[in-house]
Design a protein around this ligand. Structure first.
Ligand SMILES: [Ca+2]
Ligand SMILES: [Ca+2]
Length: 420
């Protein structure tokens, strides 16, 4: 202090200096401001007051909680003990706390900031009106069957997952393996209800095999159905699905080669002559070059058809014929003037080539993966077609699935039918 000042003045100068020092040392307030605007929330998605804005400013780094106190005095946390650096914050609030919509009522909102020194709070009121008191809920969920064999043999190839929800919501269904990898399950396209509507929705899982993708590895998966509405409310249902013998079936006519011959010629010239009433024979080899067995159905190789018959015609010991079976593979022969696609069909191997499996009490026949089988057959020329000579060719048909381009119209041969 300077000597010329009287004692009293010296005191005041000293006190002012000390106060200035104190102000300089005092930390910024922990919670500088907080507001919720407007003070009315009507969370009914009508575009008016569907959200409010929560703003707050932190003078220092803090742990922040934001909650609402209703008539019962219990805090409903929107943010709970979240570390936040110093700064200004703005967040939209749509009425959802702890995955539930705040019920109608008058609430005290609290923005609370805490650090090691103190806890600061700013409060105000918020009225909630027009809130839907019902939580979003998955009210129905099923996976059927519980086990599938996604290999396109027409047996247990797909699962149906039904999900029902009590309010409009987006539904997501997926499988998750033990390794955490997820496989989406698409919604079935053809159904009356639109995506997002309340009610039951059907999901169809083919393990990707229908699109030629390899299915997930064999094993048991958790099936998740997740419902989420426009407010972000969620509900989850789970089940299980086991995948067994999954894989994309792949087979071909070996080398794309078919041998045709008749009673009177081996067909080395421009065409193969066949006499009316005579037989046209073929021989080819089927190769299962995929990773899963392919299913087949009869008649066995060696079977003879009349030119005016089809595979649906009665056969010896099989009065009902051999109708198409979804997922079965068969060798077919077709010709220029046939009335339907591949009217003559045979199993892709004989009893010695095929494995038998009993499924639901019925035998089914499979050509194992990696195997080949010789297939023969014949056609009795019972009439002279309108076009003569004409082409005959072979195909490998995956019934009700496809005839791969590779397996369609394989090795056409020209045949001349010689009349009497
Ligand atoms: Ca509203
Ligand atoms: Ca199957």
């Amino acid at each position: 202090m300077i000597q010329i000042f009287p004692t009293g003045l010296r005191f005041w100068i000293g006190a002012g200096f000390a106060l200035a020092l104190l102000v300089a040392c005092q930390p910024a307030p922990l919670l500088r401001a907080a507001s919720v605007t407007p003070d009315l929330l009507t969370p009914n998605a009508d575009g008016h007051n569907d959200v409010v804005v929560i703003r707050y400013a932190l003078g220092r780094n803090a742990t922040v909680s934001i909650y609402f106190l209703g008539a019962d005095g219990a805090p409903r946390y929107f943010r709970r003990e979240q570390p936040r650096p110093q700064g200004e914050y703005e967040v939209l609030f749509n009425g959802v706390v702890e995955n539930q919509l705040l019920p109608d009522g008058r609430y005290t909102w609290v923005v609370e900031a805490r650090d090691e020194r103190e806890t600061a709070r700013i409060t105000g009121t918020l009225t909630v009106s027009g809130s839907n008191p019902q939580p979003l809920q998955i009210t129905g969920f099923s996976v059927s069957p519980p086990e599938i064999t996604p290999n396109r043999d027409g047996l247990s190839d797909r699962a149906t997952i039904n999900v029902c929800v009590n309010r409009p919501a987006q539904l997501t269904v997926y499988l998750e393996g033990a390794d955490g990898v997820r496989y989406p399950v698409p919604r079935k396209e053809v159904q009356r209800r639109k995506p997002g509507e309340a009610g039951c929705h059907v999901f169809d899982y083919d393990a990707g095999v229908d699109r030629g993708q390899e299915p997930p590895p064999d094993g048991t998966y958790t099936v998740y159905a997740v419902a989420e509405d426009a407010l972000g409310l969620r509900d989850v249902a789970t089940g299980t699905l086991t995948i067994r013998e999954g894989g994309v079936p792949r087979a071909e006519i070996l080398n794309g080669q078919v041998e045709f011959r008749s009673d009177i010629s081996s067909g080395t010239g421009d065409y193969i002559p066949v006499s009316l009433g005579g037989f046209l024979y073929f021989t080819l080899t089927v190769h299962n070059y995929g990773s899963v067995p392919i299913r087949t159905s009869g008649p066995p190789p060696g079977t003879c058809y009349d030119l005016d018959q089809t595979f649906n015609a009665p056969q010896p010991g099989r009065p009902e014929g051999w109708a198409e079976e979804s997922g079965a593979w068969r060798v077919g022969i077709d010709f220029d003037t046939s009335l339907r696609n591949y009217p003559f069909r045979w199993a892709v191997g004989g009893p010695e080539d095929l494995e038998t499996r009993i499924i639901d009490g019925r035998p089914y026949y499979y050509l194992p993966a990696g195997r080949t089988a010789l297939v023969t057959g014949c056609i009795r020329i019972t009439y002279t077609p309108p076009r003569n000579p004409l082409y005959f060719w072979a195909g490998l048909i995956h019934e009700d699935v496809e005839i791969a381009p590779l397996n369609n119209r394989v090795d056409p041969h020209r045949v001349l039918i010689e009349g009497p």
